[in-house]
Design a binder for this molecule. Structure first.
Ligand code: CO
Length: 148
């Protein structure tokens, strides 16, 4: 199967407000979804994407890091957050909107990869902002909810 660009769901849409479900099967369907999410993210010049944004309520997202390229996170859990900084954010699901949001400067996440293997990764800088933004998506939260 090749990769394919999927349609990004945009606000207002109640799907974006739902809590995504734990991924329990690490097979072809998940792999195709992750490949398509990557293709969709590239095609739309995004730096991160969550499965809910293409209408799939799986706890899975892609995050662009400052040092390791794009990392796939399945069932990610935030285990440590440090620092605070205000930075500009936007979202593929909230077109033509940007805002200054306060986020941690360094976060450690425990997650599974596309084959179900557990790993931990520490994100810094823009990567920390991106991972917090994508984890919010998995709980139905958008950056506009965090505007002061
Ligand atoms: Co977003």
């Amino acid at each position: 199967m090749g990769m394919a660009k999927r349609t990004i769901i945009k606000e207002p849409n109640e799907v974006l407000r739902k809590r995504s479900k734990e991924v329990t099967e690490f097979g072809a369907r998940l792999h195709q979804l992750l490949d398509d999410m990557r293709d969709t993210m590239y095609a739309t010049a995004g730096v991160g994407i969550a499965a809910v944004q293409v209408g799939i309520l799986f706890r899975a997202c892609l995050v662009t890091t400052d040092d390791k390229g794009i990392i796939e996170l399945v069932n990610p859990v935030l285990i440590k957050a440090m620092g605070k900084k205000s930075g500009e954010e936007g979202c593929l699901s909230v077109p033509n909107h940007h805002g200054m949001i306060i986020r941690p400067t360094k976060v450690t996440v425990r997650a599974q990869d596309r084959n179900g293997e557990y790993f931990e990764h520490t994100f810094e800088g823009r990567g920390a902002v991106c991972v917090c933004h994508e984890l919010d998506h998995l709980d139905g939260v958008l950056f506009i909810d965090r505007l002061p």
